[in-house]
Design a protein around this ligand. Structure first.
Ligand SMILES: *[C@@H]1O[C@H](CO)[C@@H](O)[C@H](O)[C@H]1NC(C)=O
Ligand SMILES: *[C@@H]1O[C@H](CO)[C@@H](O)[C@H](O)[C@H]1NC(C)=O
Ligand SMILES: *[C@@H]1O[C@H](CO)[C@@H](O)[C@H](O)[C@H]1NC(C)=O
Ligand SMILES: *[C@@H]1O[C@H](CO)[C@@H](O)[C@H](O)[C@H]1NC(C)=O
Ligand SMILES: *[C@@H]1O[C@H](CO)[C@@H](O)[C@H](O)[C@H]1NC(C)=O
Ligand SMILES: *[C@@H]1O[C@H](CO)[C@@H](O)[C@H](O)[C@H]1NC(C)=O
Ligand SMILES: *[C@@H]1O[C@H](CO)[C@@H](O)[C@H](O)[C@H]1NC(C)=O
Length: 411
């Protein structure tokens, strides 16, 4: 009897030792299997690691995914964002029916992910893209995933991650910042497309329900207010808007480069970081908002923001400050109003309203626009003149010198 117990003790000690020092070389677990705190999974090419981790000096345990290749702890996804486990009893399990369950010692469910359909033989696998997927054992078709972490992004957008709205599933993949760098629970900063499928979409950085920054709509090459998104030697940008879904996605051209997009709650910014192998640190590549003019509605209606030595606003031609006193005090919030009333609906036969061409500006907020991809600019001019609440029109695709498709701005 005594012999039996000591044997068991040895086994326990050995397996604990293994768990703490060896990250397993498997990248998946099968149905009814679990991983314990102390074990990790590594994706095939060793890009990403999945497992339990703590942040800062806290003893709280989270389950998530981090970049394996770099020495600075960079967590890109967290399962139990607001529900840490306070000891090392956590257990991550694949249920036979296709759900993922994170539980702690007293068997309380800390986090739970449900499959879209009943599974037969589900496995959970960590891919080299950083996507944790639940799929049928023999089925690697990406369309058939039962669940994937890419659909439930935390504060980080990785290459190949679809970032946006899927109307078939009513799913909007957005980023939400961590509360602070020790607490992955969502703060009030979020970034992404709105849920409305009927608009020509653009991305908004929100602080709670307040719009803080917008990217401008996609113009065929980049977001009109974010020229840095333009394809370059490092990245390709993709934007898809096909009726069922609209999303943004990027990929990195050179596999040896590591770059992520992450929300920074303390800076109230969405930042693209680039890993500098020489410095062994992240470098800020671009940040949105970029400058004072990039802050949402900085200049009020009908005015243009000028970034010079100091930021300032300028009424568009034909407009004057609504409140000249405030304008002189550099309070531009009330914007500008027309010098002359429009002749709309047409009263005087002789006067004809017209349009003024504006170059090099961020397209106005598309939440107030109407668009039709089969109309040309001439048709839009006619349509806009016909409708007294229409103030401007534009093409929304600038490729091939601005193909004739357009959008009407209705305010
Ligand atoms: C289980 O543990 C959690 C904390 O880990 C605690 O909040 C909860 O009350 C416990 N539940 C039971 C039934 O003991
Ligand atoms: C999980 O999904 C199944 C099938 O879609 C559904 O019947 C069940 O209620 C879901 N469970 C939870 C906890 O959401
Ligand atoms: C699978 O089982 C879990 C726990 O028993 C349950 O909550 C969940 O709804 C089930 N999922 C499906 C798809 O039936
Ligand atoms: C990719 O990046 C690495 C490291 O910066 C560089 O050495 C290599 O030449 C690049 N490859 C290509 C195809 O640009
Ligand atoms: C947030 O942004 C600031 C300014 O760019 C930077 O110093 C800080 O390191 C960022 N935080 C993280 C965790 O990246
Ligand atoms: C879009 O424009 C085309 C061409 O003018 C027209 O046939 C179509 O009815 C318009 N669609 C909508 C929804 O207005
Ligand atoms: C003007 O356009 C708006 C927005 O599309 C529409 O709701 C309104 O009915 C239009 N008015 C006229 C007179 O066509």
């Amino acid at each position: 009897m005594a012999m039996f117990f000591s044997m068991m003790l040895i086994t326990v000690v050995i397996s604990l030792f293994l768990f703490q020092t060896v990250s397993s070389s498997i990248d998946f677990i099968g149905s009814s299997q679990s991983i314990k705190d102390g074990t990790t999974w590594v994706s095939k090419e060793e890009m990403f690691e999945f497992g339990f981790f703590s942040l800062g000096n806290s003893k709280n345990r989270y389950v998530g995914i981090w970049l394996k290749k770099i020495p600075v702890q960079t967590v890109v996804w967290v399962a139990n964002r607001c529900n840490p486990i306070n000891d090392s009893s956590g257990l991550f399990t694949v249920n036979p029916n296709g759900s993922l369950v994170l539980s702690s010692q007293n068997k309380s469910v800390v986090w739970f992910a449900n499959s879209s359909k009943l599974a037969k033989k589900p496995i959970a696998q960590l891919l080299d893209t950083g996507n944790l997927v639940l799929r049928e054992e023999g089925d690697i078709n990406t369309e058939n995933y039962l669940w994937q972490s890419f659909d439930y992004s935390s504060d980080t957008a990785l290459p190949w991650m679809k970032f946006g709205w899927d109307s078939r599933r009513g799913l909007n993949r957005r980023l939400t910042a961590w509360k602070n760098w020790d607490d992955p629970c969502p703060g009030d900063l979020s970034f992404g497309f709105p849920d409305e499928p009927d608009i020509y979409p653009e991305m908004y950085l929100m602080e709670g329900t307040t719009t803080y920054y917008r990217s401008g709509p996609w113009n065929g090459i980049s977001f009109s207010g974010s020229p840095d998104v333009r394809p370059n030697q490092l990245f390709d940008s993709h934007f898809v808007n096909d009726g069922d879904e609209f999303y943004y996605m990027y990929n990195i051209k050179n596999n040896s480069l590591i770059s992520i997009i992450v929300l920074n709650q303390t800076k109230s910014a969405c930042q693209r970081l680039l890993w500098m192998e020489g410095d062994r640190s992240w470098r800020l590549y671009v940040s949105a908002p970029k400058d004072d003019c990039d802050n949402y509605g900085r200049c009020g209606a009908n005015s243009n923001c000028i970034i010079g030595d100091a930021m300032g606003c300028e009424c568009l031609k034909g407009f004057k400050p609504k409140s000249p006193q405030k304008w002189d005090l550099r309070d531009w919030s009330e914007g500008c109003v027309r010098n002359n009333r429009l002749n709309c609906p047409k009263e005087k036969e002789k006067d004809e309203d017209g349009f003024l061409k504006l170059d090099g500006i961020k397209m106005p907020d598309t939440r107030d626009t109407w668009f039709n991809g089969s109309m040309n600019l001439k048709e839009f001019r006619v349509k806009c003149l016909d409708n007294c609440s229409c103030v401007a029109y534009s093409n929304h695709d600038i490729r091939e010198k601005g193909r004739a498709v357009g959008s009407g701005l209705v305010i």
